[in-house]
Design a protein around this ligand. Structure first.
Ligand code: CUA
Length: 332
């Protein structure tokens, strides 16, 4: 018995330790924005209440076991007849606890939803299985990596054109579903610069696990530089002969039917907008790092990297693939 308990305890320790130390799973308790801290506050309140309830109930069980045995020894027919415990423990205490949690939760939700002055509007659409990101005021479109300025409130308008997804950046805010035909709002303000990992938090099909993204909180100057560079319709010109060849192949082949690249004839809207592809850190919603080698592999056989995604394999020569990779990596 003791050995089994020991095994169970060590398993728990291992699970907790690996869960907390994994770099891929940011903790919602490690808030870097007031919104996440508020959500964490509610969590801590629930945790504290649950702990108190657990300790009290466990204590009563121990007392009941001890007293029950004693009563049996003395006289099996007599025992406590007082039903105060039932009234208090069964009705008053639960109503109080749930009442407090209801008020705190509703209040927190209301505070988190309140529009702020000078908000930056960002539109995010949950796709299969990636995130389309637009800055409507600046007419900038990107994918999978959301830049926000530190200290400025952000209003993220969330929707989906397929199934329900859920947008969650644990260190910045609570999660909000993206629902087809409806726009939900997620408001947050990052307190410090950094890169925060986000994920889809609602099972949405075969590649749900590969529907991650990052939020990059830049200093306001850096953010302004980032968005200014992407504004306007000209786009980025190819930087080398190989890249120019890549642009030619890209717009000639099927690529242009699904992807948009600013300033070219590629205006497809099925796949992600690639206008700033070279500046992104990841390919395919954080599936592999953005390197020329990975990109070339991806173009050759996307299904080998992210099975089930909607990009078909391309029958291009390796020279054409490399040219496209050189072109896309130059789009910064
Ligand atoms: Cu999208 Cu899960």
């Amino acid at each position: 018995m003791r050995r089994r308990l020991l095994a169970l305890a060590s398993l728990t320790v291992v699970l907790v330790a690996t869960g907390c130390s994994s770099g891929h799973s940011p903790s919602m308790l490690d808030g870097r924005a007031g919104e996440a801290r508020r959500v964490a506050g509610v969590w801590w309140l629930m945790f504290a209440m649950a702990t108190v309830v657990y300790v009290v109930v466990a204590a009563f069980i121990v007392i009941a076991v001890v007293r029950g045995r004693r009563a049996k020894r003395d006289d099996p027919l007599t025992g406590p007849k007082d039903d105060t415990f039932i009234w208090f423990g069964g009705i008053v205490a639960p109503v109080l606890i749930l009442g407090v949690l209801a008020v705190v939760t509703v209040n927190t939700t209301q505070v988190l939803r309140k529009p702020q002055q000078g908000e930056l509007r960002i539109q995010v659409v949950g796709k299969r299985w990636w995130w389309d990101i637009r800055y409507p005021t600046d007419r900038v479109t990107t994918s999978g990596e959301i830049h926000i300025p530190v200290g400025r409130p952000v209003d993220i308008e969330l929707t989906s054109d397929n199934v329900i997804h859920s947008f969650w950046v644990p260190q910045l805010a609570g999660k909000v579903d993206t629902i087809p035909g409806q726009v939900n709002h997620l408001r947050l303000r990052a307190n410090q610069a950094g890169v925060y990992r986000g994920a889809c938090a609602e099972y949405c099909g075969i590649e749900h696990a590969h529907m991650s993204f990052i939020v990059i909180a830049d200093q306001p100057v850096d953010f302004d530089r980032w968005i200014t560079r992407r504004r306007g319709g000209a786009g980025v010109a190819p930087t080398s002969e190989e890249a120019a060849q890549g642009q030619l192949v890209f717009t000639r082949e099927a690529c242009a039917g699904c992807h948009t690249i600013k300033g070219t004839q590629a205006t497809g809207t099925v796949g992600p907008d690639l206008s700033d592809f070279g500046s992104r850190r990841w390919i395919a919603s954080l599936t592999v790092p953005n390197t020329s080698a990975n990109l070339s592999r991806w173009i050759a056989d996307p299904q080998a990297i992210k099975p089930g995604n909607l990009m078909p394999p391309t029958a291009l020569s390796s020279a054409d693939r490399d040219a496209i990779a050189a072109y896309l990596e130059g789009l910064k």
